[in-house]
Ligand binder design. Structure first.
Ligand code: HEM
Length: 389
């Protein structure tokens, strides 16, 4: 078995490893990482594991390293408490209310790109600013702090997959100090009975336990952080990946231009084919036997969403990007109690962005495939040069 998430071929395109995992090694042990981790890849195995939270726990985080349980990065009942709290911000009505500001922002970003020389970077100029501006607004971050905010969001993600996470320590501390000041300022205003904006920040800063106490600061900060990390780079990657695949085969782009209603199907196929989060980890609470292999207790197990999305027993012709594919549940937002809370927001932003681009730049074409973002368990472009003239 030669697969490893760190080989140049798999890093360059994770799909290079899926066949091997699905057909020859549905339970893989990766000894190259500290701590070593197992990988599950078959769709049915992920379905079982993600639903069996007693065996595959999130109590030590969903990254490759063991972390303390904070905020939502844990099991019920604490997880349920924060999830219920946040759910009210992701209801269909809340998403409807976002439609207008997202559409306006998408047009503004495209207006700016249209004033340029005829070429621009789809990542830098459209796909990156759109989600970060929207989430920063919901978290009450002032506009002048946006660039800094985005930098910190990138650092959080880079640190998760880095060989030496300590190199990001200074930035992480600075970010925590910023968010702490920001959150505590709002909490103080709430305790003093001042009028505060009805946003995600007020919801989290003002959250109280059943005993009426504010929830611990560390949990509130962890939730804020997860929204930031979960909501930014992932949605940016969804947009760059989708445009990349459409422009790679210009007839796909032309199909969208002719029928912008296809945007919804494009977003779903892009999520299946190029998941922005290739996989996340669980932690075994007991030894588990899967396909004759025993995964020991207290071991990290990577849920390989990307490989499961190419499982031929679920998706016909899995390696074909087919925007007319009948809709079937892919794994790119996870499954079960931790299913992505922000999925409707990510879908809305990506669909609107694709429709606005198709309408305003019908001759859009790819200049270059750009380059991949660094963290090995994420998948997106950090550059995507395009031309509209
Ligand atoms: C294309 C964009 C996105 C992708 C691919 C994505 C993917 C995921 C995945 C795979 C999970 C974990 C599921 C699991 O552990 O089984 C997750 C959880 C989560 N996501 Fe997203 N996400 C995206 C956008 C967003 C956005 C826009 C937000 C919020 C603004 C968000 C907030 C969250 C939160 C809070 C969780 C934790 C849910 C829980 O533990 O109950 N995500 N996301």
């Amino acid at each position: 078995m030669t697969w490893s998430p760190f080989t140049p071929g798999v890093l360059a395109d994770p799909a290079n490893g899926h066949h091997e995992l699905l057909q020859q090694c549905p339970v893989h042990r990766c000894a190259e990482f500290d701590p070593p981790f197992y990988t599950l890849s078959l769709y049915a195995d992920l379905e079982n594991a993600l639903r069996d939270i007693e065996t595959y726990s999130s109590q030590y985080g969903q990254g490759p390293r063991f972390t303390d349980p904070t905020g939502m990065l844990c099991d019920p009942p604490q997880h349920t408490f924060f999830r219920k709290l946040l759910q009210q911000c992701f209801t269909p009505a809340a998403m409807d209310a976002l439609r207008e500001p997202v559409t306006r922002l998408a047009h503004e970003l495209v207006d700016a790109a249209l004033t340029g020389p005829g070429t621009f970077d789809l990542h830098d100029d459209v796909a990156f600013p759109l989600p970060v501006i929207i989430i920063a607004d919901l978290l009450g971050v002032p506009k002048e702090d946006l660039e800094q905010f985005k930098h910190w969001s990138d650092v959080q993600v880079a640190a998760m997959g880095a060989e030496d996470p300590t190199e990001f320590m200074d930035d992480q501390m600075a970010f925590m100090a910023y968010m702490q000041g920001h959150m505590m300022g709002r909490r103080q205003a709430i305790s003093q009975g001042e009028d505060v904006p009805e946003d995600l920040l007020s919801l989290i800063a003002g959250a109280r336990s059943e005993e009426g106490e504010f929830v611990p600061e560390s949990d509130a900060l962890s939730v804020l952080n997860q929204l930031l990390v979960g909501g930014n780079e992932t949605t940016t990657s969804l947009m760059t990946n989708a445009v990349w695949r459409l422009l790679e085969e210009p007839s796909r782009w032309q199909a969208l231009v002719a029928n912008p209603d296809l945007a919804e199907a494009v977003v779903e196929e892009s999520l299946r084919y190029d998941p922005p989060v290739l996989g996340l980890w669980r932690n075994t609470t007991r030894p588990v036997e899967v396909h004759g292999e025993t995964i020991p207790e207290h071991t990290k197990v990577l849920m390989n969403y990307a490989a499961a999305n190419r499982d031929a027993s679920v998706f016909e012709r899995p390696d074909e990007f087919d925007m007319h594919r009948p809709r079937k549940r892919h794994m790119s937002f996870g499954l079960g109690v931790h299913f992505c809370l922000g999925a409707p927001m990510a879908r809305l932003e990506a669909e609107i962005m694709l429709q606005v681009l198709a309408q305003r730049m019908p001759d859009l074409r790819l200049l270059d495939s750009g380059s991949r973002i660094a963290p090995f368990f994420l998948w997106g472009r950090n550059k995507l040069p395009v031309a509209w003239r």
